[in-house]
Design a protein. Sequence first.
Length: 131
Amino acid sequence: MKLREKFARFMVGRYGVDALGKALLWVYLGLAIAAIFFSPLYYLALAVMVWMFFRAYSKNIYKRQAENIKYLNAQRKVTGWFGVQKKRFAERKTHRYRTCPHCKATLRLPNKKGKHTVCCPKCRKDFQVKI
């Protein structure tokens, strides 16, 4: 029996690698490189590597999925915020972003100079905006 077939049989029923596992791999690599210059980080890198392999070879699939979902939700919040900032920067010449004083919703307004009356689409209240 080939080594590949043995490994495939071993991995049956195991969780494997997911987005959190890949992130742990990158964290491990960063810590391993930093451990070259600051040796106490070696133990932290080793702990991350053990956790990464534990998750990959775990048979408790539901707990690993729950961990991955929590990680993906946290990642979505961070990447979503950066995506909004990137969009706001790209549209800085054509649009302005203002906050509704009543419901605190962020409104995207055209960049037309002067005072304007704006109706918030969320709370339906009018307010004055100076651009």
